[in-house]
Ligand binder design. Structure first.
Ligand SMILES: [Zn+2]
Length: 490
């Protein structure tokens, strides 16, 4: 969520002016536009991530269901003799799994691990503020270069659910927009295949009839008692969301068939609240310290939820996925909070998978949430959906080589923000701004992980990167929003 929903007629002037309290733009990024470029060819294997469609895969639906039922019976018995839930989680399982997908709003990737040469968690020890996630990571396949699909909630979650770049989804075009029924969502694909689908949220935006994100969910619940506030997140909700998850996971349908639960924890979103018991940071101060405290508080409730999961008869055939919808800025590029741009601090997110039978490892090549929907479908035993642009990560989760691929990040123009799109190819990040990609910023992330200095215009790597971007952008099947129209689309 970024703060604000300004369905204000005439807010086409990029509405930055109306965001007095939201993502505060302190210094215009336009100042950073004298770019020059460069580099290179990151040559590596430019396998096109987004357009690759995985052919086949995954078992027959009926066979999968049957296997799941068998596994259910077995595991119920096993649970009666299990001595420790902790040892059962994620260690065995064949056939279709359940998927527990937990996201934490605004969680930067470097809150959990270093981002390239940069220190983790503002120089703090991540295990101090996220001990549960740090422990889980030791049992997980961890992607250290994961990219969200966009830089704020509505676009990022819409893309995750749609399995597409957000600009490709039918929507109204407002900042906190609504996705249309014609958008075929992940939960609809899962429900059509017989999976029990549950969504648990903790912000007003997700209420039914507001975002269109509830499409396909058999159960869709928002924590009770939320304050109606579109400008920020004033609540502390991890406790209520955790309780909601336990309730949903205790319903009979969870025992009957494969299920998918997405729960989205909100507390690290601004406003950053102090939490009693949070360890004092050694280095971080001010809003960064409070943000880490919010992470610590969320982590405490994730511990409760994971402990609950470990005690369930279905624990050993449940895959757990942890990620975030976007990152968070603390003054980098003159920006605070999130949205509006696609800098690394806004779009790099944690991403880890604990999958039964998978050996823990760390994968450092770039990956994108465009692969999330195909992976979840695959883990749940649903046949591959050939219309989705992403590919299932299941093979590499199970040990297959993780080859470099190009990653794209998409921020469509809305009532309140300009159009941005980024192409990340190895160490080279090419960011385009404007409806016609009128301005480019190209960075070498190896030497400039904070994107402080775009490559010089005389650098041949810049021209090559822009040319590559232009050649590949035709793959996007952007659809114009149907209510608020960007100027260029009028
Ligand atoms: Zn968000």
């Amino acid at each position: 969520m970024v703060s604000i929903r300004s369905r204000v007629a005439g807010s086409r002037a990029l509405g930055l002016a109306v965001f007095s309290c939201a993502a505060t733009v302190i210094a215009s990024c336009a100042n950073r536009t004298r770019h020059n470029d460069s580099v290179a060819a990151n040559a590596s294997n430019n396998v096109e991530a987004s357009s690759a469609i995985r052919a086949g895969s995954v078992a027959e639906d009926a066979a999968s269901r049957a296997a799941h039922e068998d596994a259910t019976a077995t595991d119920v018995d096993a649970s009666q003799t299990a001595d420790s839930g902790a040892s059962s989680l994620g260690l065995r399982g064949t056939g279709p799994l359940n998927v527990l997908y937990l996201t934490i709003d605004s969680l930067r990737s470097d809150a959990l691990h270093p981002r390239g040469a940069l220190p983790a968690a503002f120089g703090e020890d991540p295990a101090r503020f996220a001990p549960t996630l740090a422990a889980l990571a030791r049992r997980a396949v961890v992607y250290t270069r994961a990219y969200a699909l966009s830089s704020y909630t509505s676009m990022s979650v819409g893309g995750m659910y749609g399995g597409r770049y957000p600009g490709e989804l039918p929507r109204d075009g407002y900042f906190f927009g609504e996705y249309r029924p014609s958008a075929l969502m992940l939960a609809e694909r899962l429900s059509n295949a017989g999976v029990h689908t549950m969504g648990a949220h903790a912000h007003f935006y997700f209420r039914r009839g507001s975002s269109g994100l509830e499409q396909g969910f058999a159960r869709w619940e928002i924590v009770p008692g939320l304050v109606r506030n579109n400008t920020t997140d004033v609540e502390v909700t991890s406790d209520r969301l955790e309780a909601l998850c336990e309730r949903l996971l205790s319903e009979p349908a969870v025992r009957d068939r494969p299920w998918f639960l997405h729960a989205h924890f909100m507390d690290p979103h601004d406003q950053y609240r102090p939490h009693r018991g949070s360890p004092p940071p050694v280095v971080a101060r001010g809003s960064r310290a409070l943000y880490l405290g919010e992470l610590w508080f969320t982590d405490q409730h994730l511990a409760r939820l994971l402990s609950f999961v470990e005690r369930q008869p279905w624990a050993s055939r449940t895959a757990i996925i942890i990620s975030a919808d976007h990152g968070e800025a603390f003054g980098e590029h003159g920006h605070f909070r999130h949205g509006f741009y696609l800098w690394e601090e806004l779009v790099r997110v944690p991403w880890m998978f604990v999958v039964p039978g998978a050996t823990p490892r760390v994968i450092d090549v770039a990956r994108s949430h465009i692969d999330l929907a195909p992976t979840i479908l695959d883990l749940l035993g649903v046949p591959a959906q050939r219309d989705l642009p992403g590919i299932s990560l299941r093979d590499e989760l199970m040990g297959a080589p993780a080859n470099p691929r190009v990653v794209w990040v998409d921020l469509p123009q809305t009532s309140d923000n300009d159009r941005w799109r980024a192409r990340i190819d190895g160490d080279l990040s090419t960011i385009a701004r404007g409806p016609n990609d009128g301005t480019f910023y190209v960075y070498d992330l190896r030497t400039d992980p904070e994107q402080r200095s775009p490559l010089a215009r005389t650098d041949p790597r810049r021209a090559a990167a822009i040319e590559q971007y232009r050649q590949e952008r035709g793959r996007f099947r952007d659809v114009p929003p149907d209510q608020w129209r960007p100027t260029a689309a009028r």
